[in-house]
Design a protein around this ligand. Structure first.
Ligand code: C2E
Ligand code: MG
Ligand code: MG
Length: 274
């Protein structure tokens, strides 16, 4: 019943302005600088209140509404990136999540190209995050879809890496730029030997294959220390910042721009995130 209610309320919600986008910063942990922003969709309904993406994304996918929603996110995130760029803020990557339902559409690469052109951003600023299970589903076909997107000049990340069924041998055939280590491994880094081993393996494999690597869901200093020790370049998580409103994200970028020559990595990080 709840699902049914959500589905009904989701119809027309975009037109009613109930959706918004928050931006979660991604950090380069070696330099303590902001390297990207991930656009995360939010739904606030007058009767339902806040509905989490875990709840509404699967429904949007089932009903096909994700196609329209995803296009909206892409267009808005690119427009936001352009505003920040024009405001002389540090140029950071804009990461946008792409649903499998969008990724399988023949017209998707063309749509991405059109939106980039309309927004006037450099294609290299945009990173599309695609979940591992989607990318690996039909490998030959996915390989071509990724190549089509690469031709546009965008960068590609495999999201939630480690949870799908990657054929590691094939990874080198894929034109991906980044692996995002799934939060579940990062969460148990400190108290589970197996998860630590998996995270370590993903980091060192990325290094050998010259693919960038980001740890998702970093919440505490021991996790960060592990990442630094293992030379994981980037991290994202509540330790650094939650997803921010566009204006708070902009303030963070402004602080990053104003950051002087802080003596240490920790000092830099502190002046960035407080
Ligand atoms: P994701 O792409 O893996 O995004 C990361 C999720 O982890 C976000 O949740 C973020 O708020 C959360 N997170 C980040 N750091 C931490 C942390 O330190 N601890 C914990 N516990 N959580 C953290 P969110 O915003 O609820 O999004 C959930 C998922 O919904 C996303 O996972 C993504 O798969 C999907 N999603 C969100 N926006 C979009 C969108 O525009 N399009 C599509 N297709 N999917 C989206
Ligand atoms: Mg993501
Ligand atoms: Mg993820």
């Amino acid at each position: 019943l709840h699902r049914f209610a959500l589905e009904g309320k989701m119809r027309g919600a975009l037109a009613r302005g109930e959706f918004s986008i928050l931006y979660q910063p991604q950090f380069d942990v070696r330099t303590s600088s902001v390297s990207g922003m991930e656009a995360l969709l939010r739904w606030e309904n007058p009767e339902l209140g806040t509905v989490t993406p875990e709840e509404f994304i699967p429904i949007a996918e089932e009903t096909g509404m994700i196609v329209e929603l995803g296009e909206w996110v892409l267009r808005n995130a690119c427009a936001q990136a352009k505003v920040w760029r024009d405001g002389n803020l540090p140029p950071v990557r804009m990461a946008v999540n792409v649903s499998g339902h969008q990724f399988v559409m023949k017209e998707f690469p063309q749509l991405v190209a059109t939106i980039i052109q309309e927004s006037g951003i450099d294609p290299a600023m945009l990173e599309l995050e695609i979940t591992e299970s989607v990318v690996m589903k039909d490998e030959v076909w996915a390989e071509n879809a990724l190549l089509e997107l690469k031709k546009i000049g965008v960068s590609l990340a495999i999201d939630d890496f480690g949870t799908g069924y990657s054929s590691l041998g094939r990874l080198r055939n894929f034109a991906v730029d980044r692996l995002k280590i799934d939060r579940s491994f990062v969460t148990r880094l400190i108290d589970c030997d197996d998860d630590r081993a998996i995270a370590q393996a993903i980091i060192s494999m990325s290094r050998s294959l010259k693919i960038n690597v980001t740890a998702e869901g970093v919440e505490n200093f021991p996790q960060l220390a592990f990442l630094l020790e293992n030379e994981c370049q980037e991290a994202q998580g509540f330790l650094f910042s939650r997803a921010l409103s566009p204006s708070d994200a902009q303030k963070l970028l402004a602080r990053a721009a104003a950051l002087g020559e802080e003596p240490t990595r920790t000092a830099r990080l502190r002046s960035l995130i407080g």
